[in-house]
Design a protein around this ligand. Structure first.
Ligand SMILES: [Zn+2]
Ligand SMILES: [Zn+2]
Length: 130
């Protein structure tokens, strides 16, 4: 199926991708940069992450919305995908996450070990703040 790349507008052929091969490669490189930076600086604010990695804030927010980042930069606008409430982490709030148990995509489950670690980290940060 022919479609236009969401990013550069180039016509390409793929059944499900919204980005052409070039842009999706750039996007995944961006994701790795952001993820690595947040692993080293878990408390970095969104603006700092964006300028340090040279990735646009829009792209970073998209990674957050997709639930791909286990560490969310400070000041990022993250809302629960189910109820719309602001969440400190992930795609859905704790309450909705409970409801979604057993329906999590495989990728999420695979990352669970890593997520648990950063979740602890987030809790630490929250505790320190209070
Ligand atoms: Zn493209
Ligand atoms: Zn919710």
């Amino acid at each position: 199926m022919l479609r236009n790349c969401k990013e550069c507008g180039k016509v390409f052929s793929h059944p499900s991708q919204t980005l052409c091969a070039h842009c999706s490669k750039v996007r995944s490189e961006e994701f790795i940069k952001v993820k690595d930076y947040l692993q080293s600086y878990p408390n970095a604010p969104l603006g700092e992450v964006a300028s340090a990695t040279e990735v646009s804030i829009e792209s970073i927010e998209e990674f957050i919305r997709q639930g791909r980042l286990t560490v969310i930069p400070k000041g990022a606008n993250v809302t629960c995908a189910v109820c719309g409430k602001a969440v400190p982490y992930g795609r859905v709030c704790a309450a909705c996450r409970g409801d979604l148990k057993g329906k999590e995509p495989i990728e999420q489950v695979r990352n669970d070990k890593e997520s648990a670690k950063s979740r602890l980290h987030t809790m630490d940060t929250l505790r320190r703040r209070y």
